[in-house]
Design a protein around this ligand. Structure first.
Ligand code: UDP
Ligand code: MG
Length: 326
């Protein structure tokens, strides 16, 4: 048990922070967390997870840990994505309560004093923060509202607009999350899926402290598809109905052409309609194949049972750094 001797046996609050190329945000982050979390309890730990950053994030984390041992760090062997980084942090968190925040201070730790008492009351196992005003362009806001409306009709867990990964969990909720071993992690849905009484605290949107967001429109689009197919097989069912509908239309059209030929003596139907029908059916078939392929791909990924992240280094020291988790 070397390396564990300095660790306190009991930790009140763990703060998990995924960091991907956050060299610019880190100095301010450490300062703010020390000040604001330190005001809540002395008995806290911070788990900074370097998600395979290519900048100076890891050396900075080593240095932060040397200066403030309460700031522990993990370093993943490559960029596994925020979902895996959060999971790695959660798997190492020892606190009775665990908060998850972004490194760019878009999740203000100053909200924690409002969130934590709701957990302490024992009534709630999760407290989530909800963004109220966003500085996103109106088109993006409208699109995201539409997305949530559609999603909540499609999937079986309830997702809320403005609610992200900024939340605090009690031990029970953390344990529950760690039991979900799926490879395709759509954390928004997983947090909702585990259930437990959940409270919501509103906050005003803040802009990124430094650096740039790593999300592009394409990522958001893919994220949307992930959300839908991670949580149900309704798109497969929709494909069947689409097939039935298209077949019905095709049969009706064929009958009409037949009647037209017999009654009006017009045996040659239009070239344009033929081509349109052929291309339309081609399109429908490709879409449905895509839906099936999406699920097949997920089955493929899950059957490999690969670990969700690999650790290359941590503040626990070489002997106590597991290769993977949870
Ligand atoms: N992040 C990560 N791995 C990634 C991408 C992002 O750990 O592959 C972290 C990032 O360092 C930040 C948080 O996830 O702490 C949110 O990322 P970002 O601010 O880029 O997203 P946004 O706030 O725009 O949704
Ligand atoms: Mg951000």
């Amino acid at each position: 048990m070397t390396g564990m001797s300095s660790a306190p046996s009991h930790v009140d609050l763990s703060v998990v922070i995924p960091c991907y190329n956050e060299e610019e945000s880190l100095p301010r982050l450490v300062e703010v967390v020390r000040e604001q979390v330190g005001a809540i309890t002395d008995n806290y730990e911070v788990i900074l997870v370097d998600d395979g950053s290519r900048d100076r994030t890891l050396p900075i984390l080593r240095q932060v840990n040397a200066e403030h041992p309460q700031f522990r760090y993990l370093s993943l062997s490559r960029n596994f994505g925020k979902e895996s980084a959060m999971l790695a942090g959660l798997s190492q968190a020892r606190g009775d309560k665990v908060a998850i925040i972004d490194a760019d201070l878009q999740h203000p730790p100053s909200l924690l004093p409002q969130m934590l008492p709701l957990l302490d009351s024992g009534e709630y196992s999760q407290v989530v923060a909800r963004r109220t005003r966003t500085n996103d362009p109106p088109v993006r806001t409208a699109l995201s509202r539409l997305y949530y409306r559609m999603m909540n009709r499609l999937i079986d867990v309830e997702l809320q607009d403005g609610v992200g990964d900024f939340r605090v969990l009690d031990r029970q909720a953390v344990r529950a999350l760690l039991t979900l071993g799926e490879t395709n992690r759509f954390s928004k849905g997983l947090f909702a899926w585990i259930g437990f009484p959940t409270a919501v605290v509103d906050y005003e949107n803040v802009s990124r402290e430094a650096g740039a967001t790593k999300w592009r429109l394409r990522d958001l689009f893919n994220y949307g598809i992930d959300g839908v197919v991670s949580f149900n097989y309704r798109p497969l069912r929709l494909s069947i109905w689409l097939g039935v509908l298209v077949t019905a239309v095709a049969v009706a059209y064929a009958l009409w052409v037949l009647v037209d030929a017999i009654v009006h003596g017009n045996p040659v139907a239009g070239y344009v309609t033929t081509i349109a029908a052929v291309t339309w059916f081609g399109g429908v078939q490709l879409i449905v194949l895509g839906v099936i392929g999406e699920y097949l791909g997920r089955i493929y990924a899950e059957t490999k049972r690969r670990p969700l992240f690999l650790l290359k280094e941590s503040s626990n020291g070489p002997d106590d750094t597991p290769v993977t988790g949870p």
